[in-house]
Design a binder for this molecule. Structure first.
Ligand SMILES: [Zn+2]
Length: 55
């Protein structure tokens, strides 16, 4: 296999933001059948949106 793309091992693809972020900050979204892991930034955004809708 030619190494055309070198992926950093500590980067993970964020499901929500569609970007790669450090795997350390990743969290699994609660309340869904599918396990969706998102980065810390998107996790905060998603929870904030859910709270806003929950009124
Ligand atoms: Zn993200």
């Amino acid at each position: 296999m030619p190494e055309t793309v070198v992926e950093k091992p500590l980067q993970k693809y964020c499901f929500h933001g569609q970007h790669s972020k450090p795997v350390e900050g990743f969290r699994t979204l609660p309340g869904s059948k599918q396990r969706r892991q998102v980065c810390a930034d998107c996790y905060k955004k998603i929870l904030a949106e859910r709270k806003a809708r929950a009124r």
